[in-house]
Design a protein around this ligand. Structure first.
Ligand SMILES: *[C@@H]1O[C@H](CO)[C@@H](O)[C@H](O)[C@H]1NC(C)=O
Length: 223
């Protein structure tokens, strides 16, 4: 009796493990269209790997992360990335970083990371931060962060940081993907190439088409 119970538990555990490992791996980029001819293939899900014998310390290295990004965007922030594009050794490791510099009153505008949760630490300045949960609650979680404070933005949720101080601010974010992806909401909706039909956006945002046309005529930046 005792043995058969044990067997049931073992069978259950084996099935559970099989199920867990039988799911698709998480995406490492926006999409990965199957190529009919492997000669023309560029990506696997992620990037091709170097022969490990040829790997060098530089593959895992990035310099100058202490240097503030140059803030050119009208919203007053700059993001310096440290993901698999800058550090090839991050491929398949599921982690990356970003440095965010904020001008006084600068904003890292509402955006989402489709593939990563973010944990952010304030190094300098005072940031008003927040994220909004999905439908139907759409609840705003918000806080004012000071130097040394840490805040989490759960995967996929719209979030922002605003420097509410009179001095520059800087934060470091760690993200749970080698390539978290960024969708800047205003940029994606009003600055898409080609533009989304203005009837669609006028109806979606419940505004006059002129408002949409005005927004679409603006110069949208990634941040
Ligand atoms: C952010 O700063 C870097 C320099 O650190 C610069 O190369 C980049 O163009 C800036 N990005 C934007 C969007 O202004």
């Amino acid at each position: 009796m005792k043995n058969s119970k044990c067997c049931v538990v073992v069978v259950f555990l084996v099935l559970f493990c099989l199920c867990v490992s039988a799911t698709d791996p998480g995406s490492l980029q926006d999409f990965c269209v199957a190529a009919k001819n492997p000669n023309n293939a560029v990506f696997v899900n992620g990037l091709f790997c170097k022969d490990p014998k040829l790997a060098v310390a530089e593959d895992f290295y990035l310099a100058d992360f202490n240097k503030p990004g140059v803030i050119k965007s009208p919203v007053g922030s700059n993001v310096t990335q440290a993901n698999v594009a800058q550090i090839p050794g991050l491929n398949t490791l599921g982690i990356s970083m970003a440095r965010i510099d904020y001008a006084p009153m600068g904003l890292n505008p509402p955006h989402t990371h489709p593939r990563a949760t973010e944990i952010l630490v304030v190094l300098e300045g005072t940031l008003h931060v927040g994220f909004v949960t999905s439908n139907p609650e759409n609840k705003l979680f918000t806080k004012v962060l000071y130097k040394g404070d840490v805040f989490v933005f759960p995967v996929g949720l719209i979030h922002f940081q605003a420097n509410v101080g009179k001095t520059p601010a800087v934060a470091i974010a760690a993200l749970s993907s080698q390539n978290p992806g960024v969708i800047t909401i205003a940029n994606a909706v009003f600055g898409s190439k080609a533009p989304i039909n203005d009837d669609v956006l006028a109806k979606a945002f419940q505004v006059d088409k002129k408002v949409v046309d005005y927004l679409q005529s603006q110069f949208w930046m990634e941040n």
